[in-house]
Design a protein around this ligand. Sequence first.
Ligand SMILES: [Zn+2]
Ligand SMILES: [Zn+2]
Ligand SMILES: [Zn+2]
Length: 111
Amino acid sequence: MGLLDAITQGLSKKKSTLADKDYKCPSCGAKVTLDMERCPSCGVRIKSMFRKKCPKCGELNELDAKKCVKGDYDFEAEIARAKKQVWRCPICGYEMDTLYTKCPVCGTRFM
Ligand SMILES: [Zn+2]
Ligand SMILES: [Zn+2]
Ligand SMILES: [Zn+2]
C-alpha cells in the first residue's frame, strides 16, 4: 500500500511544463497552476480565465492553442521566429537575420 502511494506520487510530480509556472487566480488571487482544472480556493475554471490574444484578429485563444481559432495566426510560427538566430557583425555590431558574406554596414568580410 505504502509502495503504491509512493509510485503514484512520483508519477503525479511529472507534469507538463505549463504547470511548472505559478499563476495567480484572476478571481481570488490564490496561487494556481495551469494544470489545475479549477482554482482550489474559489472554484473558478482556470483555463478559461487565462487566454492569449491573437495579434491579428484579437480573438482570445486557449493558452495551449497552436493556431488562432479563426485560422489567421500561427502561434507556433511566432515562437519559431523568436528563436531565429541573429548574426552580429563582430566589428560594428550590426544584427543580421541571415548570414551575409560581407557586413552590409561596415563592409567587413566574414568568409
Ligand atoms: Zn480563485
Ligand atoms: Zn486570429
Ligand atoms: Zn559591420
